[in-house]
Design a protein around this ligand. Sequence first.
Ligand SMILES: Nc1ncnc2c1ncn2[C@@H]1O[C@H](COP(=O)(O)OP(=O)(O)OP(=O)(O)O)[C@@H](O)[C@H]1O
Length: 159
Amino acid sequence: MSHHDERTFVMVKPDGVQRGLIGEIVSRFETRGLKLVGAKFMRIDEELAHEHYGEHEGKPFFEGLVEFITSGPVFAMVWEGADATRQVRTMMGETDPADSAPGTIRGDLGLDLGHNVIHGSDHEDEGANEREIDLFFDDAELVDWDLDAAEWVYEDEDH
Ligand SMILES: Nc1ncnc2c1ncn2[C@@H]1O[C@H](COP(=O)(O)OP(=O)(O)OP(=O)(O)O)[C@@H](O)[C@H]1O
């Protein structure tokens, strides 16, 4: 990982998994030049849901949000690249698919606010990316590419 790279947490939510959108979503980040360093197909239990969405506790949509995120499998990922957290948020679009521009993931694939197919760490919340990566992944599950072959694909001023 070079000095300006960072890692961010991204997750295809249960609606995206159920609709068969994992491949489409992974493909968008791959072709945008981000590097996949971790991925896990999993169920989120109540405890993890409360930790992950703790900031929304007490809001009227909280219980529904927990019920939704625990309702089926999710595809959790860690992506790495220059300014990765902000890049991913830009590619995702707005929280509400109705406000998201065509070309963004939610603008193209999202159905409504409760079914917006993807989560990505908030780039305006300092350290949210690292906190969420730690919440979902053990260090040993994150993979260093460290391949010569990767260097010509991902041009880097350090090389
Ligand atoms: N008013 C609402 N009614 C129903 N669901 C909501 C509402 N506001 C937010 N949500 C759901 O809660 C999630 C978290 O809300 P937040 O404001 O953190 O949006 P976000 O950061 O764009 O989304 P995410 O955290 O999933 O990436 C949203 O993705 C959405 O699915």
